[in-house]
Structures are given as C-alpha cells and as structure tokens.
Write a protein that binds this ligand. Structure first.
Ligand code: PMT
Length: 402
C-alpha cells in the first residue's frame, strides 16, 4: 500500500469497546509508511490508555482542547492543518451525533471542524443503536457533507447481540484509508536528487565553491514528493528549508556528496541538479595559509579532479534512470548533448546560466531537455517551482517508457 507512504493520519479514538482495535490500526497504518497522531476523547481513555497509543504511534497522544502545554507543542489548528486525513475509529453514536450537529466541545470534534482534510468514520456501536432512526439520520447528514463512512460490519458484538455495528478490522480500515489517496505519478518510486554547490577546502578558513543556491534542486525534491515519490535530497551547503516529506542529507564536498549518494542507493531515478566542483585542492593546508614573500604576489594551488557523481552512479550495475543538468554559458545545447553521451544519461536539462534571470540563484528558470535521440523539449521561463513540476511530470513519463 504505497499510497500510505508518508501520509499524515490523525486517528481519533472514541469511547467504545472497539477502541482496543485502534491499537492494531495504528500499527497497520505505520507498517504501510503513514505517520499517525492520535487524538482521544474522554470516553476513549476509559477503554484504552493513551500510553499504549503513544508507544505505538511514537508520539504523545492529544487529549484536551484546553491543555496549554499540549497546545504549545501542536495545537488543535496545527493538528487539523497537519492531517492528510482524519479517521475516527471507533466512531460512537454520540460522536456521530455531535459531528452531524457541528458541535465542537472537545479536541477531536474541534479538529474535525477545523480541518480541510478528508474525514472518515469507522462506526462501532450496538446493532440497535446503529439501526436507530436518529443514528441513521446522522449518518445521512454526515455522508451528505462528504464525510466518508468505513463500515460498520455485521456479526457478533461484544454485548452479545448479533447484527450491524461492528467496527471493521484494522487491515480493512488501513486499506480503506489508502483508497482515499490517489496514486501519484511517482508513487512507490525512490528519487535521489542532488542540489546546491559543493565546497572544497583550501585551508581551515577558505574554500572553493560556486553560485548555486540549491533552489532548483529543492524545487525538484518538493515536486517529486508531491508526485508521491520517496525522495532523498543530498545537498551541499545552502540556506533553504527542507521540503515537506523529503529526506535531506547535508554534505560539504564533492566526495561527501558521492558517499551520501552511494549510501542512498538503490534508487529508481537520479536527478543531478547540484553544481559540483570539478576540482579540489590536492592538499588542504592544516593551518590558515599565510602570505609568503618568497612567492611574490601569486599563490599557486595544485588542483586534482573530483569524482563525477552522476557518471559514477550511471555506471553502476543497478543504474537508475539518470537525469543530469548542464549549466553552460555558451554553446548550450551542443555541450549539454555531449555531457548526455559522455556521462551515459537518459536525459539532460540544459540550463543557460549566462542569463542572470534564470540559472544560478534566480527565482525563475528556463530549460531545454535533451534525450538520447537528440530531441529537444523546451520549458519556457517560469518560477523554479513551476519548472520543477513540469520537469518531474516529463521525467516520470520518460521513465515509464524506458
Ligand atoms: O541551485 P540554483 O541556484 O537554483 O541553480 C540551479 C543550477 C544552475 C545549479 C542547476 O540548475 C544546474 O544547472 N545544475 C548543474 C550545474 C553544473 O554544475 O553542471 P555541470 O555541467 O558542471 O555538470 C553536469 C552534470 O554532472 C550535473 O548534473 C552535475 O550535477 C553533475 N556532476 C558534475 C560534476 C561532478 N563532479 N559530479 C557530478 O555529478
């Protein structure tokens, strides 16, 4: 169930005997890669302890609307915003009635009112309570508002009755939750993305680097995560926040970047947007270099080649679909096409960095993608976020055809 990977589920636990199944549900959701935060009603706490659900979810359980300590950590509005889905399991007759009326007199019902995420209920109650016209009217009312109902199922009940009202089993609920999420273009795929510059030390206080801000690579990571991919972002030193649902690995030098990328393998698609230093000083001086009168006004630094990260990964037996970037100031398409061949790539994104409004550290970009058949696809000037989403869709399409 890749669709649950990194999905954020707020699980509301109401006061019914089926609350014991919620513990298993937390495990199932997490097994499928979802992140779970639990909110319990007062009644829920009578059936299962918050400690159990805290241990299983890996996070403190949210209990009270008016708890200043809890609100300071993640308040009800943040919780409502955080959720990709709010699932209430078990949803008692009382909870259904309160939700149908729009009552917000505890944390869980307040979160439901405050969220823009889809809300789903897994009803659990005695068969006569379920069949009662009041509950059925509430059910209709909730459905008409777009709230989803998973179950209830039918069978023998804890009270000894037989009939409708059993909460679905944990695995059935996990599947129903997964069905709420669309499959993204890259669901189930692992993308490795490099971004930013590298720094190559000369001595303890100086280094060689370039103008890459990381904006393009970070925008690609965000777009890939939105498309459902598991994203590992290996970045040189930049001043950017980590995009949501992206695993970030910070590195400094080209050799660090190669080691981090190799450790993150295997991946399905590699996008190399980093501006990697081709050379590094052969020797890093152990102390700050001093002006040396014997060398006059000059300073000679002996440089050696850095490993080529992209070419190294493209040469592996478990080679991913490889997308490079080519930052050029002249002969853009010719040089880009040469890099595609020399580094054994599937696609290369040609980036004209002579134009300051696109390329290094700019908000916008405009690129051409060249494939192995030398076909060029142009993406006109737009924000890096926009270009990244278009590139990710294009790459996903070509990857599927490969
Ligand atoms: O970070 P921003 O400010 O948003 O700017 C974006 C960008 C201009 C840095 C980016 O869009 C870009 O073009 N990145 C590639 C820059 C570059 O160094 O290209 P290159 O022609 O030197 O390298 C070709 C390809 O090989 C690149 O994919 C590069 O990541 C990779 N490479 C290069 C050298 C090396 N030792 N290892 C590599 O993996």
């Amino acid at each position: 169930m890749q669709r649950l990977y990194r999905k954020r589920i707020v699980l509301g636990v109401g006061g019914g005997i089926a609350a014991y199944k919620s513990a298993e549900l937390v495990r199932r959701l997490r097994d499928h890669g979802a992140e779970v935060r639990v909110v319990m009603t007062q009644g829920g706490r009578e059936f299962i302890t918050p400690l159990t659900l805290q241990a299983l979810s890996g996070h403190p359980v949210h209990l009270d609307l008016l708890d200043p300590a809890a609100e300071a950590a993640m308040g009800h509005i943040e919780l409502a915003r955080w959720a990709d889905l709010v699932l209430i399991a078990p949803a008692t007759a009382d909870l259904m009635a309160r939700l149908a009326q729009g009552v917000a007199n505890d944390l869980l019902t307040t979160v439901v009112l405050a969220t823009n995420a889809p809300v789903a209920l897994a009803p659990a109650m005695n068969q006569a309570m379920w069949a009662d016209p009041a509950t059925q009217a509430n059910r209709e009312q909730l459905l008409s508002r777009g709230i989803r109902l998973f179950g209830p199922g039918s069978g023998s009940q804890a009270c000894g009755d037989i009939g409708m009202g059993r909460m679905l089993e944990a695995e059935e609920l996990a599947r129903a939750v997964a069905d709420c999420f669309e499959t993204g273009m890259l669901t189930g795929k692992h993308l490795l993305i490099t971004a930013g510059p590298t720094q190559e030390n000369i001595d303890p206080v100086r280094y060689i680097t370039n103008h890459s801000s990381g904006k393009m690579g970070f925008a690609l990571a965000e777009a890939a995560a939105e498309a459902g991919a598991r994203v590992t972002l290996v970045t040189g030193p930049v001043f950017l926040p980590t995009p949501d649902r992206v695993q970030r690995i910070d590195v400094v030098s080209a050799r660090d970047m190669l080691a981090a990328c190799e450790a993150a393998m295997p991946c399905d698609i590699l996008i190399a947007a980093a501006a990697v230093a081709d050379y590094r000083p052969e020797v890093v001086a152990p102390h700050k270099l001093k002006k040396d009168p014997s060398t006059g006004d000059g300073l000679l630094l002996q440089m050696v080649r850095n490993p080529d990260i992209l070419a190294t990964l493209a040469g592996r037996a478990d080679r991913p679909f490889c997308v490079g970037f080519a930052a050029e100031t002249e002969n853009l398409l010719e040089y880009a096409a040469r890099k595609l061949r020399d580094k054994n790539l599937d696609l290369i994104v040609a980036n004209d960095v002579a134009n300051p409004s696109i390329g290094f550290n700019s908000e916008d970009n405009a690129v051409s993608v060249i494939d192995r058949q030398q076909h060029e696809t142009r993406f006109g000037q737009a924000s890096k976020g926009h270009i990244a989403r278009a590139l990710v869709a294009f790459i996903a399409e070509r990857y599927k055809e490969s």
